[in-house]
Ligand binder design. Structure first.
Ligand code: PGH
Ligand code: CA
Ligand code: ZN
Length: 307
């Protein structure tokens, strides 16, 4: 089917009490792994392309591939710009058929974040494109020692309410203790679930959890067995993700877990078959393990069976 908007996918998620994964891609293998998982799990899915991915692969290549994947699949798929920071990249994404964009002005003061987000909402809504914005800065809850510091970094529920009213944004990324990458927590992994609940009550729009990878222990072990150096890697445990979904998270961003899965499978293939030089024989297993991880996420988020 043709690409759908992210708003459409997230409205169903919000009313159904589940979350939909937004999975980052930079190439064909990740895209195919993700879409195959969505079709097999009967799950809606969001394909996320960052400004860095656009730079690496070219926005035309990526958007064309995602369009083809959606046409061939019989589950709802949205194409989303992840962490858009530049006006020209947001326009470029929309011109290339993205059905959703994120404007990330979360590093700016509140008023500037509102002004920048509003401008993007005006443009995107004029052409039926969904907008996600971000309020707060990502950091591990247990790693922030001082209470004042913690309040300054994590999303304030009252501010979120004001932000949503002023910007009319469709989805809001919140800071509740997660962070990007493979090294999320120095101490114990901990999300501020109560904060999610409060923001949900006050805003009533789909909330987004960034930096949500689990750094899955079996995958980490496999990558390390074949030589990866990832000491200290730590992610968000599955039970805390499930709690976050119950509290009101409707979209969950996953990049690191797919990178680790791909890496582990490719390393294994290269190590076990040193005589092989056919790229299909090591990229294919990478795609397969990406697919397995995505399927696992879809069941955890509750989106499996919802398409
Ligand atoms: C993410 C991905 N992308 O926008 O938030 O986070 O690094 O935890 O996969 P991870
Ligand atoms: Ca940000
Ligand atoms: Zn993110």
């Amino acid at each position: 089917m043709p690409l759908v908007t992210m708003a459409e996918i997230l409205e169903s998620a919000k009313s159904g009490g589940y979350a939909v994964g937004a999975f980052n891609i930079n190439n064909m293998e990740f895209l195919q792994g993700i879409v195959e998982a969505a079709v097999e799990e009967r799950s809606p899915v969001i394909i996320a392309v960052s400004e860095g991915a656009m730079k690496y692969a070219g926005v035309e290549y990526l958007s064309a591939m995602v369009r083809v994947a959606a046409e061939k699949a019989d589950v709802p798929i949205a194409l989303h710009l992840d962490h858009g920071k530049h006006w020209d990249k947001i326009v470029l994404a929309i011109r290339n058929g993205f059905t959703s964009v994120m404007i990330d002005a979360s590093d700016k003061p509140f008023d500037q974040n509102v002004a920048i987000t509003k401008k993007v909402v005006e443009l995107a809504h004029a052409v039926g494109v969904t907008v996600e914005a971000e309020l707060g800065r990502l950091a591990g809850v247990e790693d922030i020692v001082k209470v004042e510091e913690r309040e300054a970094i994590l999303t304030d529920p009252q501010e979120a309410k004001k932000f949503v009213e002023l910007t009319e944004v469709d989805a809001l990324a919140v800071a509740v203790g997660t962070s990007h990458g493979a090294y999320k927590f120095k101490g114990e992994p901990k999300l501020d679930i109560e904060r999610i609940r409060k923001i949900r009550e006050l805003t009533d729009i789909p909330l987004v959890l960034h930096g949500a990878s689990g750094v899955i222990p079996e995958i980490l072990e496999l990558a390390e067995k074949y030589g990866a150096k990832l000491a200290g890697a730590k992610g968000v445990p599955d039970d805390q993700i499930a709690e976050a979904v119950k509290a009101g998270i409707c979209k969950i961003n996953i990049d690191t877990d797919l990178r680790l899965a791909f890496l582990a499978a490719v390393r294994r293939e290269l190590a076990e078959k040193p005589e092989n030089f056919d790229p299909r024989k090591y990229l294919g297993p990478g795609r397969e393990l990406v697919k397995e991880v995505v399927k696992r996420k879809m069941r955890l988020f509750g989106s499996a069976g919802k398409a």
